[in-house]
Design a protein around this ligand. Structure first.
Ligand code: BG6
Length: 513
């Protein structure tokens, strides 16, 4: 088994290039004409090719309902790639590597087909060479089950003569019942080992780094527990609104969109026990255990410890922005939340009594995703007779995006004859140490899927544990219990979210850091 250091995890082609080449594979993309294919999948595959990680017998077969031939599909992708290379270098265009892109083009084909039509799958079967196949569902979630069933009916899920893997993206269901139904439907067609459920947060280098930070450094793990930690804050703040996704978002909201998946992945990384190895199942078992240990909220707690918010009109970056209710495809009296803050407890020996506060929202003041670990205060007694009024708490910040790194905040003596303390920071910035190439965050995930490493993908029990933890809140909402509090676009969220911590004598870290 490879050690953690040997696992290829960075998206920089130079770093990826040190990994072994992936096996030959036909990569079938359902929903090939869609946004995900254009913005993320093709650029990620291109980066893998640039790093020399794709086998000469790699093939891409795009499947979609739109009438197009191979040439038109390639042109459509080429245009999208031009945007990708330009955007990803902070606006400074870099040229598309023509040789690498031509290599991809020669291996790209298109099949016009309907996901519900068995004849399309028969044609796909004929078009595919012998060997390994990945079926990537870059479609709306309502097609996942149909595609899996059609693949089964066409005899394409059997692993004779090569692997067969299916990749699905969130949303994995809408609540616990539908998540279980989706898992059951997929498991009726594929074995769990063939199913790769993507949570793109796990493609982020700094999220993966949490495991490295905790488990490859002797100094942190001994203090990583209730004896030393007062509380943990997890924030995923966005400045964007719902953009053109009103239709989807209206029936989803911030809780379903972000909490049982992305936010709980962050929580699991920070709170899980050390796995016995970096084997996929060992890691996923520990993650499932900690999510299952989230204290089930009673109806009363679901009202007291959860704050919903919705953005009203406001300003961001000096520009007026509309209210959520004025966004396209949003009901003028919508009660969908665009912000959520929650206080959670974890019922195990390591974390009993340590609150985990999580918050996520759209149209907040800054884009910032990160985790702060707040350590318990040192005893003040020693400073009672000095001008020091209070001690700066030790906080470890794990910055996930847009800046990537780790900061440790502690107290130091201010120079001078009298005892005065000042808060100072010890900073590690990823960018200072590691060069990052243009990447989508999907490179690692696609490479892992090609090579059969499921560590960064969600297992059925992980998904269901996430939904179980939020289900009492969803139920309370169904009973009409939780009010949706307004907040101005460009602010830090509703006042009620501040009160959630204030009632515990704590406060949120500012969103901008
Ligand atoms: C997606 C959500 O899964 O994650 C979006 O559907 C959200 O609503 C996005 O904006 C956030 O991802 P990131 O990588 O920008 O933090």
């Amino acid at each position: 088994m490879p050690s953690f250091e040997q696992l290829p995890r960075a998206s920089d082609p130079a770093v990826l290039g040190r990994a072994p080449q992936a096996p030959p594979c036909s990569f079938v993309v359902f929903g090939a004409g869609g946004d995900l294919t254009r913005r993320l999948l093709m650029p990620a595959l291109y980066n893998l090719q640039l790093a020399g990680l794709l086998d000469d017998d790699f093939r891409i077969v795009g499947v979609d309902a739109r009438e197009m031939d191979d040439a038109a599909f390639r042109t459509h992708l080429t245009e999208a790639m031009a945007h990708f290379v330009a955007e990803r270098q902070g606006g400074t265009p870099v040229a598309l590597d023509q040789a690498a892109w031509a290599w991809m083009g020669e291996r790209t084909a298109y099949l016009h087909g309907d996901f519900a039509d068995p004849a399309s799958f028969e044609r796909l079967k004929t078009a595919l060479p012998q060997g390994n196949v990945i079926f990537y569902c870059a479609t709306a979630a309502r097609f996942f089950e149909t595609i899996a069933q059609q693949l089964l009916a066409a005899g394409m899920t059997e692993e004779a003569g090569g692997f067969r893997r299916i990749v699905v993206e969130k949303p994995f269901g809408h609540d616990l019942t539908s998540a279980k139904a989706l898992n059951a439907a997929l498991l009726a067609c594929f074995d769990e080992t063939q199913i790769y459920r993507i949570d793109h947060y796990l493609g982020k280098e700094t999220v993966q780094n949490i495991m490295a930070l905790r488990f490859s450094n002797g100094i942190f793990e001994p203090i990583w527990k209730r004896d030393n930690i007062d509380h943990v804050q997890i924030t995923a703040a966005e400045t964007v609104g719902v953009e053109q996704r009103g239709n989807f978002y209206e029936g989803t909201g911030a809780m379903r969109d972000m909490v049982p998946n992305h936010m709980f992945q962050l929580l699991a990384m920070v709170a899980m026990e050390a796995p016995t190895s970096f084997d996929a199942d060992a890691v996923r078992t520990e993650k499932a255990k900690v999510i299952q240990a989230i204290h089930p909220l009673s109806g009363r707690q679901a009202v007291r410890d959860v704050v919903r918010g919705q953005y009203r009109a406001g300003a961001y970056g000096g520009r007026a922005v509309p209210a959520y209710r004025s966004e396209p495809d949003v009901k003028p009296n919508s009660s969908t939340e665009t912000f959520i803050a929650m206080k959670l407890g974890i019922d195990n020996w390591r974390w009993a009594g340590v609150p985990f506060y999580i918050r996520t929202g759209k149209r907040l003041s800054h884009r910032q995703t990160g985790i702060s670990i707040h350590f318990k205060q040192a005893p003040f007694a020693l400073f009672r007779d000095t001008p020091v009024e209070k001690l700066t708490p030790n906080i470890m910040f794990l910055h996930i995006q847009p800046t990537e790194g780790v900061t440790l905040q502690f107290s130091a003596k201010v120079p001078g004859p009298r005892v005065k303390l000042g808060g100072v920071n010890m900073n590690f910035n990823y960018a200072d140490y590691f060069h990052e190439g243009p990447s989508t965050g999907y490179e690692t995930l696609l490479y892992d899927c090609l090579t059969g490493d499921a560590t960064l993908f969600q297992r059925a029990d992980n998904v269901e544990a996430g939904w179980s933890a939020v289900q009492p809140v969803l139920d309370a909402w169904d009973d009409g219990h939780i009010h949706v509090n307004p907040y101005a676009a460009g602010s830090e969220g509703p006042d009620e979210a501040l009160a959630l911590l204030q009632q515990d004598g704590r406060s949120w870290e500012p969103i901008e850091r």
